[in-house]
Design a protein around this ligand. Sequence first.
Ligand SMILES: Nc1ncnc2c1ncn2[C@@H]1O[C@H](COP(=O)(O)OP(=O)(O)OP(=O)(O)O)[C@@H](O)[C@H]1O
Ligand SMILES: [Mg+2]
Length: 390
Amino acid sequence: MESDLNPYSPGSGRRPFELVGRRTEIDAFDLLIAKSKQRRSDRGIVLHGLRGVGKTVLLNEFRRQAERADFMTVSLEGRDAEGGPAAVRAKLARGLLQAGRKANRRGITSTLREALGSIVSFSAKLGVTGIDIGVDLARGRADSGSIEVDLEEMVEDLSVAMAEQRLALIFIIDEMQDLDEALLTALLGTQHMAGQREWPFYIVGAGLPNLPSVLAEARSYAERLFTYRHIDALPHEAAVSALVAPAARYGATYEAEARDLLLEASGGYPYFIQEYGHAAWETAPEKTITTQDADIAVTIGRAQLDQGFFPSRWKRATKGEQEFLRLMALDGDKGSSTAQLAERVGRKQSSMTMTRASLITKGIIYAPAHGRVAFTVPGMADYIQRQHRI
Ligand SMILES: Nc1ncnc2c1ncn2[C@@H]1O[C@H](COP(=O)(O)OP(=O)(O)OP(=O)(O)O)[C@@H](O)[C@H]1O
Ligand SMILES: [Mg+2]
């Protein structure tokens, strides 16, 4: 069918044609908005799950919801590809300045206008200047040079001013497990304080399956700060509509067997549904996607994944780390015991701890339980078995 009309969207954070199976999360965020408007407090939300399940897409949706409610929103990613922690802070400052600039419009209350000065001083301390948001720096607020103190003061000034108007300040943080410790503890401390003082300030974060334990290690009370939502493959019915509905919008249908073939290949994982749906659309000559079309689409879709989604992770590993991953691949997606991995190659477990730690830092594996490791990427074990078997 016509490529221009292909309604599937394989890619990072790309909004799917139909955002199915995530009603609970969207409703939870709507409730947070509704409560804020009534000046009742709630908890922030933390989404955690494997690669490609749709966490970023959901965060983007939350951002839209928050913006519709006129809340002040600032987006942030846990790690900067080049610049390290300083670059992440600078990005936070720029995001705040942009949000402040947007808020500084006709009808703004004098309290909020004054509070925007704290953004300017907070940002200046982080070395971000030269973005004029139309207010002066607030001397003596958010300018101590300690990220913990300054973040809290800035959030206090803004959220107290927003509360008057029944609005809220929302930080949307993707790949949250990658935040450096100082910024992470400052954020958690501020969220903690906000809960106690009833400031309408919420962190909404997303990250890998180890995110809840990263947060708990940073601050023991983190467990109570957020509503945690595990984002996983789509349940069967939602997976069916994720595959079928986009095509249906353009009058195309799947033969039942074709549909099942593609769904099975995808395992219900949103990224894979998009990739296989995309391939099916490209493969089918007619508006009915047949079993033969689906067969070919599975081959093409998988080749596509083998050239993009998987190797982008594989290539980030060093030779030694790739060896470790190969060993893990023998256990499939369910994960491995580190003791057994060591045994498999006749090495001491302690000789593998550096490799293990480095793969966790790179976000390729995580520790689902003590003494265990698993891939953060669904289907990675199969990919390694297919492409990189020794
Ligand atoms: N609910 C959904 N229904 C259908 N497709 C979806 C859904 N959510 C996400 N997708 C699709 O899945 C793919 C991955 O989404 P996204 O980038 O948000 O995943 P992620 O969990 O953030 O992955 P990563 O951990 O690699 O950042 C995208 O192609 C997106 O269009
Ligand atoms: Mg993401």
